[in-house]
Write a protein that binds this ligand. Structure first.
Ligand code: PMP
Length: 449
């Protein structure tokens, strides 16, 4: 359902915001022009082109819940590096150990004593007893899938329609009239995803059972709530059914907590007492230093430990020379020692609740058919009533409106996460930050309607 928004009015407002953006950012404009001479599309990484505004804004520094751009403008950061900086930027404790490791050796291919602390802490938080490090959540997902295929001898993975798990080939797939096809925009698929992947709608127990009953599924890889197509929460009993079915059909259940760590120190796995065979965490656990991890049950670990991790493991497809470095482990230890703890969520979650209430009020006041959803310290508004599946959420994507809302907020000193309307809260945000967003959001809605 598309919201009832006058498109001419929207276009006129957008043009005004585009002008304002250009006027506010002369130094970023210069750097953007320069960058186009050496970087593809003028950015170091493709999706940096997806910000609203006619060029990317270049950042100077970030601290806590704020960052400053090269034109000297300070922003409230509700994007927090799309979760990579969920702890808040530039934690002093992390800065200190990173500097120390930089002076005393970053990478050796040998474990550092911090590895022991990290393994124990991840076990304490998520309940899974054996862990491995990876560089990114994408890597962790790829390795988990590789182990799953190896252990089960089955060819396919099952994912949720409109999921996102990083740049994992098998997961860049959606349903199109019941067929598995590459996700719109997926570049040069290396093999037909229909050969590697089963896709099922979130919250659809029957579809999952049908996929599992083929006997082809090595693992179900899923977020406990979808977070990459708005927030789609599981219906009561759904995750229990997923666990029961994966057990019944001998498929592994891999829970990707990369984003849903917003639900608490042990993600939804801990908060909702889930019992995955494997769990993946990434993004914020290194306080911004690239690090990810995947945990597994004892039953899996016992099957993997031994000949499996034998002579050829260096070329087994589970790797990354810089993975598990002393730098990464020191950063994870420092981060998990001072951040993403119960006491941190006790500050951040009420801020997300306040955000949700403010946005819901403005939506209700304007009688718009939009909604705002929250999971822990993450909240997101979407231009439709609460969806049940990823496809329902995808049908409500409205690029024009989305770009306008982002740019309106950005021109008023607030950064939302790109590609969707997500706000993430850290203990470094304040109620005043939330209230400022509520005010800016309500002004945008008034201008539109
Ligand atoms: N899993 C989920 C649920 C994600 O949302 C993402 C990235 N947004 C990833 C994995 C991949 O993380 P990264 O890009 O750091 O590899």
């Amino acid at each position: 359902m598309r919201p009832v928004i006058d498109r001419d009015r929207l276009a006129a407002l957008r043009a005004r915001e585009d002008d304002l953006f250009v006027r506010l950012h002369p130094r970023s404009a210069e750097l953007a022009a320069q960058a186009r001479r050496s970087l593809l599309a003028g950015v170091p990484m493709p999706w940096m082109t997806r910000w609203p505004g006619s060029f990317p804004v270049f950042v100077d520094r970030a601290q806590g819940a704020r960052f400053t751009d090269v034109d000297g403008i300070e922003y409230v950061d509700l994007c927090l590096g799309d979760t990579g900086a969920m702890t808040g930027h530039a934690l002093p404790e992390v800065a200190e150990v990173v500097a120390d490791r930089a002076r005393h050796g970053i990478t050796t291919m040998l474990p550092s004593p911090d590895a022991v602390w990290v393994g124990e802490e991840l076990t304490r938080r998520f309940g899974l007893p054996r862990w491995q490090l990876a560089m990114t959540a994408t890597d962790a997902n790829r390795f988990a899938l590789r182990f799953a295929r190896h252990l089960t001898g089955r060819p396919k993975v099952c994912v949720m329609d409109w999921c996102y798990h990083g740049t994992v080939d098998e997961t860049l797939a959606v349903l199109d009239g019941g067929r598995v096809v590459p996700r719109p925009g997926a570049l040069g698929p290396q093999v037909d995803v229909a050969q590697t992947t089963a896709v099922v709608p979130f919250n659809d127990v029957d579809a999952l059972e049908e996929a599992l009953a083929t006997g082809e599924i090595a693992a179900v890889l899923m977020e406990p709530a979808l977070t990459n197509i708005g927030i789609v929460l599981p219906e009561p009993g759904y995750l229990d059914a997923v666990r029961e079915l994966t057990r019944r059909y001998d498929a592994l259940l891999i829970i990707d907590e990369t984003h849903t760590l917003c639900a608490g120190p042990g993600g939804c796995t801990r908060a909702w007492a889930l019992e995955p065979d494997m769990v993946v965490v990434g993004k914020p656990i290194g306080g911004g230093i690239p690090a990810a991890a995947y945990g597994m049950s004892l039953a899996l670990a016992e099957r993997l430990d031994g000949p499996m991790l034998g002579h050829d493991i260096d070329v087994a497809g589970v790797g990354g020379t810089l993975t598990g470095s002393a730098l990464a482990l020191a950063a994870v230890r420092a981060t998990l020692s001072v951040a993403l703890r119960d006491e941190d969520f006790a500050v951040a979650v009420p801020l997300a609740e306040r955000f949700t209430a403010g946005v819901a009020d403005a939506i209700a006041a304007a009688s718009l058919p939009w909604h705002v959803q929250r999971l822990g310290c993450r909240a997101e508004y979407w231009f439709c009533p609460p969806p049940r599946t990823g496809a329902e959420a995808a049908a409500a994507v409205d690029e024009e409106l989305d770009g306008f809302m982002h740019l309106w907020a950005f021109n008023r000193g607030i950064l939302l996460a790109p590609f969707h309307n997500m706000a993430l809260f850290s203990p470094h945000h304040s109620e005043a930050d939330v209230d400022r967003h509520a005010e800016v959001f309500a002004e945008a809605v008034t201008a539109l309607t």
